[in-house]
Design a protein around this ligand. Structure first.
Ligand code: ADP
Ligand code: MG
Ligand code: MG
Length: 252
C-alpha cells in the first residue's frame, strides 16, 4: 500500500474550483517535490491534507496507508503521523519554544491514548533532536518564533518535526524567505530526517531547494492539477524552460 494516494481530488474554496483533479501516489520512504507557480493551488493541497477548514472536497479521495484521510479530524491526522510545516510560521509570545514543543508532543500522545511525557523523558528527546539538528539550547528558551530569524523559525519547525516523528511530512514552501545559509541548515535537517519509513512532500516554487533536498520524484503542478511527473532532472528542466511550457499541456 502506498503511504499516500490522492485520486482525482477536486476542491472548492468560496465557490471557486481550486484543485481540479489531483492525482498523486507517494510510497513509503520517498521524497516527492511538487513545483508550480504562485496561485496554482499548492498550499490548498497541503491544507486539505492537514484537514484545515473551509475547503469543500467535491470529488475524489485521499488514502493514507490505505485509510480514508478525509474522514479523519486534523488532530487524528497528526496523531496518525501527518505533519504540515506551514509557509508562514506563527509567533507565540510568552510561550518558550521548549514549552511549546512539549505541549505539541503531549497533544500527539493524548490523541494516541498515551500518557504525558515526564520532564526527564521530554528533556532527553529534545536534547537528542536538538543535537542532531544543531539547534542551540538558547533558542529553546525563547518564545516560539518571536524575533526569530527566518533560519531560526525553520530550525524550530524542523525540530518540532523531529520530535513528532511523522510518517508523512509536508513542507509547504519551507524555503521562502531564507538566505542560502538558512536554506542549507533546513535542508540538512530535512535530509537527516529522511528514512525508509518516512515520506516527504516538498512543495516549492523554486528549483534551488531541490539542489539541497534531492527528491526521488518531481511533479509539476499547474492550474490545480499535476501536469507532469518525472525524476529529479524534471526540476532542472522546469527551471530552464519556465512554467509556460507545462501550462500548454493543461490546455491540451
Ligand atoms: P499556491 O500555494 O500554489 O501559491 P494557493 O493554494 O495558495 O496557491 O492558492 C490557489 C488559488 O486559490 C489562488 O487563486 C488563491 O487566490 C485561491 N485561494 C486560496 N485560498 C483561498 C481562500 N481562503 N479564499 C479564497 N481564495 C483562496
Ligand atoms: Mg502562494
Ligand atoms: Mg503556497
Amino acid at each position: 500500500t502506498p503511504m499516500l494516494e490522492i485520486k482525482n481530488l477536486h476542491v472548492r474554496v468560496e465557490d471557486q474550483e481550486i484543485l481540479k483533479g489531483v492525482n498523486l501516489t507517494l510510497n513509503r520512504g520517498e521524497v516527492h517535490a511538487v513545483m508550480g507557480r504562485n496561485g496554482s493551488g499548492k498550499s490548498t493541497l497541503s491544507y486539505v491534507l492537514a484537514g484545515k477548514d473551509d475547503y469543500e472536497i467535491t470529488d475524489g479521495e485521499i488514502l493514507f496507508n490505505g485509510e480514508d484521510l478525509l474522514e479523519m479530524e486534523p488532530d487524528e491526522r497528526a496523531a496518525a503521523g501527518v505533519f504540515l510545516a506551514f509557509q508562514y510560521p506563527i509567533e507565540i509570545p510568552g510561550v518558550a519554544t521548549m514549552t511549546f514543543l512539549k505541549a505539541a508532543m503531549n497533544a500527539q500522545r493524548k490523541s494516541r491514548g498515551e500518557g504525558e511525557l515526564s520532564t526527564p523523558e521530554f528533556m532527553k528527546a529534545v536534547k537528542e533532536a536538538a543535537s542532531l539538528l544543531e539547534v542551540k539550547q538558547d533558542m529553546l528558551k525563547r518564545p516560539l518564533n518571536v524575533g526569530f530569524s527566518g533560519g531560526e523559525k525553520k530550525r524550530a519547525e524542523i525540530l518540532q518535526m523531529a520530535l513528532l516523528a511523522p510518517q508523512l511530512c509536508i513542507l509547504d514552501e519551507t524555503d521562502s524567505g531564507l538566505d542560502i545559509d538558512a536554506l542549507k541548515v533546513v535542508s540538512e535537517g530535512v535530509n537527516k530526517l529522511r528514512g525508509p519509513d518516512r515520506t516527504m512532500l516538498v512543495i516549492t516554487h523554486y528549483q534551488r531547494l531541490l539542489n539541497h533536498i534531492v527528491p526521488d520524484v518531481v511533479h509539476v503542478f499547474s492550474d490545480g492539477r499535476v501536469v507532469e511527473t518525472g525524476g529529479k532532472e524534471l526540476a532542472l528542466e522546469l527551471e530552464a524552460k519556465g512554467y509556460a511550457d507545462f501550462d500548454a499541456e493543461t490546455a491540451a
